[in-house]
Design a protein around this ligand. Structure first.
Ligand SMILES: NC(=O)c1ccc[n+]([C@@H]2O[C@H](COP(=O)([O-])OP(=O)(O)OC[C@H]3O[C@@H](n4cnc5c(N)ncnc54)[C@H](OP(=O)(O)O)[C@@H]3O)[C@@H](O)[C@H]2O)c1
Length: 334
């Protein structure tokens, strides 16, 4: 396997001038793969040219990833400064952000993070692998005053140098409007679900218009997502005839077409895989020729508004359904 020249991977520039590689490796796979397997994949990815890794404390593998990061530094494959490492504070630590960040740093064996995100705008805990109907009695809707208390702690991490950039995840337009109004340090990114069948054009444009970069998660349509996140209505991006036709023209897997579309549209993409050939094809695909304007237009027309990561397990007792998490009518539910 010939490593891919990482200088061929494009970057996005955040509002503060920091540059972030447009493709990173996702590391959420605990329903299908153990932490050691995912950590080994991180090492393989960095060795083949990935420079951006999307971590989170709740993924349960930061300790193992920390060990392989030490290996890649010791073996001279890459320096700390050449890597972009993201982590996220989990829902049950919204009041202990600094402690949570320090724990991630200790587990990852790093002295700073490039990006730290508030994983969800709800402080609602759910047990790992819990049933989709599970509702924790102390779950609450979005409470802006509480979110800002969390955000102030996020800002302190930048001030103390533990974190270079901070951002949000799973935030909607009405929530982001309030955050932008009340923050001292503006979120550098919002991490949100985006794939061809779920393009979120309004939210995407709102972020871009406000100088907040977009990281698109589940870019391939998350075929390995937990069972609790699957419903009979879900569609499959990789089987869409438009995606398949482009894949045939380019002689590449439909998954790679989804990633090429993502980057060409303008978002940062973080596909997950532990398979060397898939990781390789994903990175290589990003460094190769573009989709045509007609193909980009055709993909923009296959949006099915099919949200896959619905977040049911974060619902509070009085919530009507998962739609309440996403402010579909422009108002914050609850
Ligand atoms: N902020 C958030 O709330 C949030 C939520 C969800 C996800 N994320 C992040 O986003 C990352 C990616 O999302 P995701 O894991 O849900 O879904 P995804 O990246 O859309 O899909 C991953 C799946 O696609 C398969 N795959 C990858 N490359 C492929 C290729 N070239 N050909 C065929 N199949 C391919 C993988 O197969 P194999 O299993 O065979 O490798 C894996 O099962 C996560 O790992 C996590 O870091 C963040």
């Amino acid at each position: 396997m010939q490593p891919i020249d990482s200088t061929k991977v494009p970057y996005k520039t955040l509002y503060n001038g920091t540059r972030i590689p447009v493709i990173g490796l996702g590391t959420f796979g605990s329903d299908n793969y153990d932490a050691e397997t995912i950590a080994r994949a991180v090492k393989t990815a960095i060795t083949m040219g990935y420079r951006h890794i999307d971590c989170a404390s709740v993924y349960g593998n930061e300790k193992k990833i920390g060990a392989v990061l030490q290996e890649v530094f010791a073996e001279g494959i890459v320096t700390r400064e050449e890597l972009w490492i993201t982590s996220k504070v989990w829902n049950d630590k919204h009041k202990e952000v600094v402690e949570s960040c320090k724990q991630s740093l200790a587990d990852l064996q790093l002295d700073y993070l490039d990006l730290y995100l508030v994983h969800w705008p709800f402080p609602n805990f759910h047990a790992p692998k819990c049933d989709v109907t599970a509702r924790q009695p102390n779950s609450v809707p979005y409470i802006h005053a509480d979110y800002m208390k969390t955000w102030v702690q996020m800002e302190s991490l930048v001030q103390s140098g533990l974190v270079k950039n901070i951002g949000t995840s799973n935030v909607t337009i009405p929530k982001m409007k309030l955050i932008l109004r009340d923050c001292n340090i503006k979120p550098a990114v919002n991490e949100m679900e985006i794939h061809p069948h779920f393009q979120q054009p309004e939210l995407y444009q709102f972020m871009k218009d406000n100088g907040v970069e977009v990281i698109g998660y589940s870019p391939i349509g998350s075929p390995g997502r937990p069972e609790r996140d699957k419903t009979p209505e879900d569609t499959v991006d990789m089987e869409d005839p438009i995606i398949v036709a482009i894949a045939e023209r380019l002689k590449m897997h439909p998954a790679v077409v989804c990633l090429k579309w993502a980057v060409q549209r303008g978002q940062i993409t973080i596909p997950f895989s532990v398979k060397t050939d898939k990781m390789y094809n994903n990175l290589k695909g990003i460094t190769e020729g573009p989709l045509t304007a007609e193909e980009m237009e055709a993909v923009s027309n296959i949006d099915k508004q099919c949200r896959l990561i619905k977040g049911q397990v974060f619902l509070w007792e009085s919530a009507k359904g998962w739609e309440d998490l996403w402010d579909l009518d422009g108002l914050i539910a609850g």
